[in-house]
Design a protein around this ligand. Sequence first.
Ligand code: UD1
Length: 363
Amino acid sequence: MVHCVGARPNFMKAAPVIRALEARGVVQSVVHSGQHYDPALSEVFFQVLGLPEPQLNLGVGSGSHATQTAAALQGLEQAFGELDPSLVLVYGDVNSTLAGALVAAKEGLPVGHVEAGLRSFDAGMPEETNRRVTDMLADLLFVTSPEGLVHLGSEGLDRERVHFVGNPMIDTLLENMGRLQPDRQREILKLDNEYGVVTLHRPANVDDVAMARRVVRTLGRVSELVQLVVPLHPRGRRTLEEAGLVSGKNLCVIEPLDYVEFMSLVRGAQLVITDSGGIQEETTVLGVPCLTMRPNTERPITLTHGTNQLVDVDRLVDRVSSVLGGEVRTPLEGPPLWDGRAGERIANIVADWLDERGDSRHG
Ligand code: UD1
């Protein structure tokens, strides 16, 4: 079987699944689309998470959605043709996820989708299309959060194909908890005792010049309340820098960090300001307040069972003040099955499924 990955958030979801499948003796390989190609967004994650070298890297790189997806479709068609996998597992909601599912389905190969059923109901978000189409094509749907079951049910997906397994991204977090060193990160970056972490990369926040200016102006005001550190994703770097995002007295713009460095930084933070999907989940588990600069989230469990709040840019300064003033959101319980064993559950289902088809020793 083949794991099809392509972009940073895929890697921490795939790692525990790969390890658990290895323990079950399933023959597997990794195909990397090359959507993310900067070492800081890709290679370092393979190293830090102990992922096996990809068998193939298709080098599709950046481009418009059509260009990037088309390159991934072509590359993956050839890769799956060569590898003839018994199953293709795709992760999350990036363009490579959609491409992997589409090629597999067209080639008559079974597809499994890890992180199925998430919906933002925001058609303007490219990932929403990727989620819907991938789920429609998948033979095995692995759901991380109970609302995913509801969404897939209301879209008429066959219940037999759907498995509620928990969250493999959280497996990776829990497994790495002992490696996190918040004090060391703070020292390396020469940060104050109290600081906030900011990550921004979504088109809605960073592609438009006027919006980027509003965001940067607001972060400037927030940095008067608490020191901010911003590991900057390459997307939007130019727009944000042109809008005035530069390191200063209380704002520290840095290169992207590796997994352990970044989670260490988050763990020691007073708060996080983000537009990422995964970070909403990770802060929920770490108990760090998270202000998500988006009008919606496909991960509402982090609002009801976690530390996350959706915040409009105009309300950000207010919200930060409240958090710094001690406003605490303490949910009664964490999200169900975010217990570090999702990878194992997925692997058991996959291995049994392959065994039933007489396929588990087949790559
Ligand atoms: C992608 C995912 C997004 C995910 C994010 C995590 C899609 C549609 N989006 O967004 O869901 O949250 O990854 O990081 O798949 N770039 C580099 N080096 C790289 C990769 C990208 O400089 O290694 C720059 C390029 O300018 C590129 C831009 O980032 O055009 C956007 O990259 P792309 O892969 O299209 O989407 P992301 O914004 O990274």
